[in-house]
Design a binder for this molecule. Structure first.
Ligand code: 0X9
Ligand code: ZN
Length: 410
Protein backbone atom coordinates (compact mmCIF):
# COMPACT_ATOMS: atom_id res chain seq x y z
CA UNK A 1 0.00 0.00 0.00
CA UNK A 2 2.78 2.32 1.05
CA UNK A 3 4.77 1.35 -2.01
CA UNK A 4 1.78 1.96 -4.21
CA UNK A 5 1.20 5.46 -2.85
CA UNK A 6 4.90 6.24 -3.32
CA UNK A 7 4.62 5.14 -6.93
CA UNK A 8 1.48 7.20 -7.38
CA UNK A 9 3.22 10.23 -5.91
CA UNK A 10 6.22 9.73 -8.18
CA UNK A 11 3.91 9.47 -11.14
CA UNK A 12 2.13 12.66 -10.14
CA UNK A 13 5.38 14.58 -9.69
CA UNK A 14 6.89 13.26 -12.91
CA UNK A 15 3.57 13.60 -14.69
CA UNK A 16 3.22 17.26 -13.75
CA UNK A 17 6.85 17.97 -14.70
CA UNK A 18 6.34 16.22 -18.00
CA UNK A 19 3.16 18.13 -18.67
CA UNK A 20 5.17 21.33 -18.84
CA UNK A 21 6.17 21.97 -22.46
CA UNK A 22 9.85 21.11 -22.65
CA UNK A 23 11.13 23.50 -25.34
CA UNK A 24 13.96 21.11 -25.93
CA UNK A 25 15.75 22.12 -29.13
CA UNK A 26 14.01 25.48 -29.36
CA UNK A 27 16.34 28.40 -30.00
CA UNK A 28 16.18 32.14 -29.50
CA UNK A 29 17.71 34.13 -32.35
CA UNK A 30 18.72 37.76 -32.07
CA UNK A 31 19.17 40.07 -35.05
CA UNK A 32 21.42 43.08 -35.50
CA UNK A 33 19.58 46.41 -35.07
CA UNK A 34 16.84 46.45 -37.73
CA UNK A 35 16.87 48.85 -40.66
CA UNK A 36 13.71 50.55 -41.97
CA UNK A 37 14.11 48.50 -45.14
CA UNK A 38 13.82 45.27 -43.18
CA UNK A 39 10.63 46.25 -41.36
CA UNK A 40 8.06 45.15 -43.96
CA UNK A 41 9.60 41.66 -43.87
CA UNK A 42 9.76 41.65 -40.09
CA UNK A 43 6.10 42.70 -39.95
CA UNK A 44 5.19 39.77 -42.16
CA UNK A 45 7.42 37.34 -40.32
CA UNK A 46 6.00 38.42 -36.95
CA UNK A 47 2.58 37.19 -38.07
CA UNK A 48 3.95 33.69 -38.43
CA UNK A 49 6.86 33.41 -36.01
CA UNK A 50 7.08 34.22 -32.34
CA UNK A 51 8.92 37.53 -32.05
CA UNK A 52 9.61 38.52 -28.46
CA UNK A 53 9.34 42.14 -27.37
CA UNK A 54 8.34 44.81 -29.88
CA UNK A 55 10.51 44.81 -33.02
CA UNK A 56 11.52 48.24 -34.30
CA UNK A 57 13.94 50.21 -36.44
CA UNK A 58 17.33 50.56 -34.77
CA UNK A 59 16.64 47.77 -32.30
CA UNK A 60 17.62 44.13 -32.47
CA UNK A 61 14.71 41.70 -32.72
CA UNK A 62 14.50 38.39 -30.88
CA UNK A 63 12.55 35.45 -32.19
CA UNK A 64 11.93 32.03 -30.65
CA UNK A 65 12.05 29.16 -33.14
CA UNK A 66 11.28 25.46 -32.94
CA UNK A 67 13.80 23.06 -34.51
CA UNK A 68 11.59 22.97 -37.64
CA UNK A 69 11.22 26.73 -37.83
CA UNK A 70 14.91 27.55 -37.29
CA UNK A 71 16.13 26.90 -40.86
CA UNK A 72 13.12 28.72 -42.34
CA UNK A 73 13.71 31.82 -40.24
CA UNK A 74 17.47 31.75 -40.77
CA UNK A 75 16.92 31.51 -44.54
CA UNK A 76 14.52 34.47 -44.42
CA UNK A 77 17.00 36.55 -42.42
CA UNK A 78 19.73 35.68 -44.91
CA UNK A 79 17.50 36.65 -47.84
CA UNK A 80 16.73 39.98 -46.16
CA UNK A 81 20.40 40.40 -45.23
CA UNK A 82 19.50 40.70 -41.57
CA UNK A 83 22.53 39.72 -39.53
CA UNK A 84 21.65 37.47 -36.63
CA UNK A 85 23.11 35.26 -33.94
CA UNK A 86 21.93 32.47 -31.69
CA UNK A 87 21.07 34.00 -28.30
CA UNK A 88 19.86 30.79 -26.65
CA UNK A 89 20.99 27.54 -28.27
CA UNK A 90 18.55 25.31 -26.39
CA UNK A 91 15.63 26.61 -24.35
CA UNK A 92 14.86 23.15 -22.97
CA UNK A 93 17.20 23.12 -19.96
CA UNK A 94 16.49 26.81 -19.31
CA UNK A 95 12.75 26.23 -18.94
CA UNK A 96 13.30 23.10 -16.87
CA UNK A 97 15.67 24.84 -14.45
CA UNK A 98 13.35 27.79 -13.98
CA UNK A 99 10.38 25.54 -13.39
CA UNK A 100 12.33 23.77 -10.65
CA UNK A 101 13.45 27.10 -9.16
CA UNK A 102 9.86 28.27 -9.05
CA UNK A 103 8.78 25.17 -7.14
CA UNK A 104 11.66 25.71 -4.70
CA UNK A 105 10.78 29.38 -4.18
CA UNK A 106 7.19 28.46 -3.47
CA UNK A 107 8.38 26.22 -0.69
CA UNK A 108 10.72 28.92 0.62
CA UNK A 109 7.93 31.54 0.72
CA UNK A 110 4.86 29.63 1.75
CA UNK A 111 3.22 32.65 3.44
CA UNK A 112 0.24 34.60 2.19
CA UNK A 113 0.39 35.63 -1.46
CA UNK A 114 0.42 39.26 -0.39
CA UNK A 115 3.55 38.69 1.68
CA UNK A 116 5.28 36.80 -1.11
CA UNK A 117 4.18 38.97 -4.06
CA UNK A 118 7.62 40.42 -4.80
CA UNK A 119 9.67 37.35 -3.87
CA UNK A 120 8.21 35.01 -6.46
CA UNK A 121 5.72 34.95 -9.31
CA UNK A 122 2.19 34.35 -8.05
CA UNK A 123 -0.12 32.08 -10.01
CA UNK A 124 -3.65 33.22 -10.81
CA UNK A 125 -5.25 31.69 -7.75
CA UNK A 126 -2.70 33.48 -5.58
CA UNK A 127 -3.32 36.79 -7.31
CA UNK A 128 -6.99 36.30 -6.58
CA UNK A 129 -6.11 35.64 -2.93
CA UNK A 130 -3.95 38.79 -2.89
CA UNK A 131 -6.92 40.86 -4.07
CA UNK A 132 -9.21 39.32 -1.48
CA UNK A 133 -6.74 39.89 1.30
CA UNK A 134 -6.49 43.56 0.32
CA UNK A 135 -10.26 43.86 0.08
CA UNK A 136 -10.77 42.28 3.50
CA UNK A 137 -8.29 44.69 5.07
CA UNK A 138 -9.35 47.82 3.22
CA UNK A 139 -13.04 47.05 2.74
CA UNK A 140 -14.01 50.73 3.06
CA UNK A 141 -11.96 51.95 0.08
CA UNK A 142 -12.00 48.95 -2.26
CA UNK A 143 -14.51 47.55 -4.65
CA UNK A 144 -14.25 44.22 -6.44
CA UNK A 145 -14.43 44.49 -10.22
CA UNK A 146 -16.04 41.43 -11.70
CA UNK A 147 -15.16 42.05 -15.34
CA UNK A 148 -16.23 38.86 -17.07
CA UNK A 149 -16.06 35.11 -17.03
CA UNK A 150 -13.16 33.85 -19.10
CA UNK A 151 -13.54 31.29 -21.86
CA UNK A 152 -12.69 28.59 -19.32
CA UNK A 153 -15.19 29.99 -16.83
CA UNK A 154 -12.86 31.74 -14.41
CA UNK A 155 -13.75 35.06 -12.80
CA UNK A 156 -11.75 38.09 -13.86
CA UNK A 157 -10.83 39.93 -10.73
CA UNK A 158 -9.94 43.57 -10.69
CA UNK A 159 -10.03 46.13 -7.94
CA UNK A 160 -11.24 49.70 -7.77
CA UNK A 161 -9.67 51.77 -5.03
CA UNK A 162 -11.46 55.00 -4.24
CA UNK A 163 -12.13 57.42 -1.41
CA UNK A 164 -15.72 57.44 -2.59
CA UNK A 165 -15.92 61.08 -3.61
CA UNK A 166 -18.31 61.41 -6.51
CA UNK A 167 -17.04 62.73 -9.85
CA UNK A 168 -13.36 61.90 -9.30
CA UNK A 169 -11.13 61.37 -12.30
CA UNK A 170 -10.09 57.77 -12.86
CA UNK A 171 -6.88 56.00 -13.89
CA UNK A 172 -6.58 52.43 -15.18
CA UNK A 173 -3.84 49.80 -15.13
CA UNK A 174 -3.99 46.30 -16.52
CA UNK A 175 -1.25 43.70 -16.47
CA UNK A 176 -0.53 40.31 -18.04
CA UNK A 177 -2.92 40.51 -20.95
CA UNK A 178 -0.13 38.51 -22.57
CA UNK A 179 0.09 35.40 -20.45
CA UNK A 180 3.85 34.89 -20.37
CA UNK A 181 4.69 38.49 -19.45
CA UNK A 182 4.82 37.60 -15.78
CA UNK A 183 6.85 40.58 -14.66
CA UNK A 184 3.89 42.86 -15.35
CA UNK A 185 1.54 41.44 -12.69
CA UNK A 186 3.74 42.47 -9.72
CA UNK A 187 3.67 46.04 -11.09
CA UNK A 188 -0.12 46.04 -10.79
CA UNK A 189 0.13 44.48 -7.32
CA UNK A 190 2.59 47.18 -6.24
CA UNK A 191 0.18 49.86 -7.44
CA UNK A 192 -2.54 48.28 -5.31
CA UNK A 193 -0.23 48.14 -2.28
CA UNK A 194 0.74 51.79 -2.69
CA UNK A 195 -2.76 53.14 -3.23
CA UNK A 196 -4.40 51.36 -0.30
CA UNK A 197 -1.61 52.60 1.98
CA UNK A 198 -1.64 56.23 0.89
CA UNK A 199 -4.78 58.41 1.24
CA UNK A 200 -3.24 61.22 -0.85
CA UNK A 201 -3.15 58.90 -3.87
CA UNK A 202 -6.85 58.24 -3.50
CA UNK A 203 -7.50 61.98 -3.38
CA UNK A 204 -5.83 62.23 -6.77
CA UNK A 205 -8.09 59.77 -8.57
CA UNK A 206 -10.10 56.57 -8.50
CA UNK A 207 -7.77 53.68 -9.36
CA UNK A 208 -8.87 50.72 -11.48
CA UNK A 209 -6.36 47.87 -11.45
CA UNK A 210 -6.52 44.50 -13.18
CA UNK A 211 -3.44 42.41 -12.27
CA UNK A 212 -4.16 39.53 -14.67
CA UNK A 213 -6.07 40.51 -17.80
CA UNK A 214 -5.79 37.06 -19.41
CA UNK A 215 -6.38 34.54 -16.59
CA UNK A 216 -6.76 31.40 -18.73
CA UNK A 217 -3.55 32.09 -20.62
CA UNK A 218 -1.72 33.13 -17.46
CA UNK A 219 -2.71 29.89 -15.74
CA UNK A 220 -1.62 27.90 -18.75
CA UNK A 221 1.79 29.57 -18.74
CA UNK A 222 2.26 28.34 -15.16
CA UNK A 223 0.95 24.82 -15.64
CA UNK A 224 1.76 23.86 -19.23
CA UNK A 225 3.73 26.27 -21.36
CA UNK A 226 6.06 28.99 -20.07
CA UNK A 227 5.85 30.97 -23.31
CA UNK A 228 2.10 30.93 -23.86
CA UNK A 229 0.90 34.39 -24.97
CA UNK A 230 -2.70 34.20 -26.13
CA UNK A 231 -6.05 33.38 -24.55
CA UNK A 232 -7.17 29.72 -24.44
CA UNK A 233 -10.28 29.93 -26.59
CA UNK A 234 -10.69 27.03 -29.03
CA UNK A 235 -10.01 27.45 -32.74
CA UNK A 236 -11.06 25.18 -35.61
CA UNK A 237 -7.45 24.00 -35.73
CA UNK A 238 -7.28 22.15 -32.43
CA UNK A 239 -3.47 22.34 -32.48
CA UNK A 240 -3.56 26.10 -32.34
CA UNK A 241 -6.02 27.46 -29.78
CA UNK A 242 -6.07 31.02 -28.52
CA UNK A 243 -6.41 34.58 -29.70
CA UNK A 244 -4.04 37.47 -29.10
CA UNK A 245 -6.15 39.58 -26.74
CA UNK A 246 -4.11 42.63 -27.69
CA UNK A 247 -5.34 42.35 -31.27
CA UNK A 248 -8.95 41.66 -30.29
CA UNK A 249 -10.16 45.10 -29.18
CA UNK A 250 -12.89 46.84 -31.10
CA UNK A 251 -10.68 49.44 -32.73
CA UNK A 252 -9.57 48.86 -36.32
CA UNK A 253 -9.99 45.18 -35.55
CA UNK A 254 -8.57 42.95 -38.27
CA UNK A 255 -7.55 45.84 -40.51
CA UNK A 256 -4.21 44.15 -41.06
CA UNK A 257 -4.05 41.17 -38.77
CA UNK A 258 -3.34 37.58 -39.80
CA UNK A 259 -6.05 34.95 -40.20
CA UNK A 260 -3.77 32.07 -39.29
CA UNK A 261 -4.96 30.48 -36.02
CA UNK A 262 -1.41 29.44 -35.19
CA UNK A 263 -0.11 32.99 -35.32
CA UNK A 264 0.86 34.48 -31.97
CA UNK A 265 -1.03 37.60 -33.07
CA UNK A 266 -4.18 35.89 -34.36
CA UNK A 267 -6.90 38.50 -33.72
CA UNK A 268 -9.89 36.17 -33.16
CA UNK A 269 -13.08 35.65 -35.11
CA UNK A 270 -14.30 39.18 -34.53
CA UNK A 271 -13.70 42.23 -32.38
CA UNK A 272 -14.33 41.31 -28.73
CA UNK A 273 -14.69 37.61 -29.56
CA UNK A 274 -12.74 37.03 -26.34
CA UNK A 275 -14.92 37.49 -23.25
CA UNK A 276 -11.92 38.79 -21.32
CA UNK A 277 -11.32 41.53 -23.90
CA UNK A 278 -15.00 42.39 -24.09
CA UNK A 279 -15.12 42.68 -20.30
CA UNK A 280 -12.17 45.06 -20.28
CA UNK A 281 -13.45 47.07 -23.25
CA UNK A 282 -16.93 47.45 -21.78
CA UNK A 283 -15.63 48.62 -18.43
CA UNK A 284 -13.34 51.15 -20.12
CA UNK A 285 -16.32 52.53 -22.05
CA UNK A 286 -18.49 52.54 -18.90
CA UNK A 287 -16.04 54.76 -17.04
CA UNK A 288 -14.71 56.64 -20.08
CA UNK A 289 -16.23 59.95 -19.00
CA UNK A 290 -13.97 60.06 -15.96
CA UNK A 291 -11.04 58.03 -17.27
CA UNK A 292 -8.02 60.23 -18.01
CA UNK A 293 -5.23 57.65 -18.08
CA UNK A 294 -5.07 54.12 -19.47
CA UNK A 295 -1.95 52.01 -18.99
CA UNK A 296 -1.34 48.45 -20.17
CA UNK A 297 1.75 46.89 -18.60
CA UNK A 298 3.64 44.42 -20.82
CA UNK A 299 7.14 43.09 -21.19
CA UNK A 300 9.59 43.64 -22.66
CA UNK A 301 11.51 46.52 -24.29
CA UNK A 302 11.99 49.34 -21.74
CA UNK A 303 9.56 51.51 -23.65
CA UNK A 304 6.62 53.74 -22.92
CA UNK A 305 4.50 53.50 -26.06
CA UNK A 306 1.71 55.90 -26.99
CA UNK A 307 -0.97 55.69 -29.74
CA UNK A 308 -1.44 54.79 -32.44
CA UNK A 309 -0.09 51.39 -33.37
CA UNK A 310 -1.34 51.46 -36.96
CA UNK A 311 0.18 54.73 -38.14
CA UNK A 312 3.16 56.98 -37.54
CA UNK A 313 0.92 60.04 -38.11
CA UNK A 314 1.05 62.03 -34.85
CA UNK A 315 -2.17 62.11 -32.81
CA UNK A 316 -3.57 65.54 -31.79
CA UNK A 317 -2.18 65.62 -28.23
CA UNK A 318 1.11 63.95 -29.08
CA UNK A 319 3.13 66.65 -27.28
CA UNK A 320 1.23 66.05 -24.06
CA UNK A 321 1.56 62.29 -24.44
CA UNK A 322 5.31 62.64 -24.88
CA UNK A 323 5.65 65.11 -22.00
CA UNK A 324 3.77 62.85 -19.57
CA UNK A 325 5.62 59.77 -20.83
CA UNK A 326 8.94 61.55 -20.40
CA UNK A 327 8.07 62.57 -16.84
CA UNK A 328 7.45 58.90 -16.17
CA UNK A 329 10.63 57.72 -17.89
CA UNK A 330 12.68 60.30 -15.95
CA UNK A 331 11.25 59.08 -12.65
CA UNK A 332 12.11 55.49 -13.58
CA UNK A 333 15.65 56.45 -14.63
CA UNK A 334 16.16 58.32 -11.36
CA UNK A 335 15.91 55.08 -9.36
CA UNK A 336 18.60 52.90 -10.91
CA UNK A 337 19.40 54.46 -14.27
CA UNK A 338 17.16 52.24 -16.42
CA UNK A 339 16.48 54.20 -19.60
CA UNK A 340 12.92 53.79 -20.90
CA UNK A 341 12.30 55.40 -24.28
CA UNK A 342 9.03 57.19 -25.05
CA UNK A 343 7.81 56.21 -28.48
CA UNK A 344 4.84 56.07 -30.79
CA UNK A 345 3.73 52.41 -30.91
CA UNK A 346 4.27 52.30 -34.66
CA UNK A 347 7.37 54.44 -34.82
CA UNK A 348 9.48 51.34 -35.16
CA UNK A 349 7.36 50.62 -38.24
CA UNK A 350 5.83 47.65 -36.50
CA UNK A 351 2.11 48.05 -37.16
CA UNK A 352 -0.67 46.67 -35.00
CA UNK A 353 -4.47 46.73 -34.99
CA UNK A 354 -7.01 46.10 -32.25
CA UNK A 355 -4.70 46.82 -29.30
CA UNK A 356 -5.99 47.94 -25.93
CA UNK A 357 -4.19 51.30 -25.71
CA UNK A 358 -5.47 52.36 -29.12
CA UNK A 359 -8.99 51.26 -28.15
CA UNK A 360 -8.88 53.33 -24.95
CA UNK A 361 -7.53 56.34 -26.83
CA UNK A 362 -9.49 56.07 -30.06
CA UNK A 363 -12.78 54.61 -28.88
CA UNK A 364 -12.86 55.61 -25.22
CA UNK A 365 -11.39 59.07 -25.89
CA UNK A 366 -9.03 58.55 -22.93
CA UNK A 367 -6.59 61.42 -23.35
CA UNK A 368 -3.50 59.63 -22.05
CA UNK A 369 -3.08 56.01 -23.14
CA UNK A 370 0.12 53.98 -22.94
CA UNK A 371 1.68 50.57 -23.12
CA UNK A 372 4.61 50.09 -20.79
CA UNK A 373 7.14 47.50 -21.91
CA UNK A 374 9.20 46.51 -18.88
CA UNK A 375 12.78 45.27 -18.86
CA UNK A 376 13.84 42.01 -20.43
CA UNK A 377 15.18 39.32 -18.16
CA UNK A 378 16.57 35.82 -18.06
CA UNK A 379 18.17 33.98 -20.94
CA UNK A 380 16.05 35.26 -23.80
CA UNK A 381 14.09 38.13 -22.31
CA UNK A 382 10.79 36.50 -21.41
CA UNK A 383 12.07 34.43 -18.55
CA UNK A 384 13.17 36.89 -15.86
CA UNK A 385 14.11 35.30 -12.56
CA UNK A 386 12.00 36.09 -9.50
CA UNK A 387 14.89 38.18 -8.16
CA UNK A 388 14.06 40.73 -10.86
CA UNK A 389 10.58 41.42 -9.46
CA UNK A 390 11.56 43.69 -6.57
CA UNK A 391 13.97 45.96 -8.51
CA UNK A 392 11.41 46.21 -11.32
CA UNK A 393 8.53 47.33 -9.13
CA UNK A 394 10.87 49.63 -7.18
CA UNK A 395 11.80 51.55 -10.32
CA UNK A 396 8.48 51.39 -12.16
CA UNK A 397 6.25 52.55 -9.30
CA UNK A 398 7.85 56.04 -9.20
CA UNK A 399 7.32 56.17 -12.96
CA UNK A 400 3.63 55.33 -12.56
CA UNK A 401 3.25 57.91 -9.82
CA UNK A 402 4.95 60.62 -11.91
CA UNK A 403 2.68 59.77 -14.82
CA UNK A 404 -0.50 59.95 -12.76
CA UNK A 405 0.60 63.22 -11.17
CA UNK A 406 1.41 64.73 -14.55
CA UNK A 407 -1.86 63.62 -16.13
CA UNK A 408 -3.99 64.92 -13.28
CA UNK A 409 -2.19 68.25 -13.19
CA UNK A 410 -2.70 68.84 -16.93
O1 0X9 B 1 2.48 43.87 -29.70
C1 0X9 B 1 1.95 44.07 -28.60
O2 0X9 B 1 0.81 43.74 -28.31
C2 0X9 B 1 2.78 44.80 -27.53
N1 0X9 B 1 4.10 44.24 -27.50
S1 0X9 B 1 4.33 42.76 -26.85
O3 0X9 B 1 5.70 42.38 -27.12
N2 0X9 B 1 4.15 42.84 -25.29
O4 0X9 B 1 3.38 41.86 -27.41
C3 0X9 B 1 2.87 46.25 -27.87
C4 0X9 B 1 1.55 46.99 -27.94
C5 0X9 B 1 1.75 48.46 -28.12
N3 0X9 B 1 0.56 49.13 -28.52
C6 0X9 B 1 0.14 49.12 -29.81
N4 0X9 B 1 0.83 48.60 -30.75
N5 0X9 B 1 -1.01 49.72 -30.06
ZN1 ZN C 1 2.63 41.99 -24.34
Amino acid sequence: MKLLSCAALLFLVLGSALAYKSYSGYQVLKTAPLTAAAMPYINRMSQRFDFWGTPGVGRPATVMVSPEEAPVVVAAFNRMRVAHEVLVADLGPVVEKQHAEREALKKAHPGSPRAAAYDRFLDYMEVHMFIHEVMDTYYDITHHLDLANTTLGQGMHGIKISNGQPGQKAVWFDCAIHAREWLSTPVCLRIIDEVVANPALRDLADWYILPVANPDGYDYSFTDDRFWRKTRSPNPDANCPGTDPNRNFDFLWDAGNPTDYCSEVYPGTGAFSEPEVKGIGNLILDIADNLVLYVAVHSYGEMILYPYGHTVEPVPNVDQLIAAGTASADAIAAVAGTAYTVENSASGLYFTYGASDDFAYGRGAVEFAYTFELSAGGSGGFDPPASQIQPTVDEVWPGILALVEYVLAN
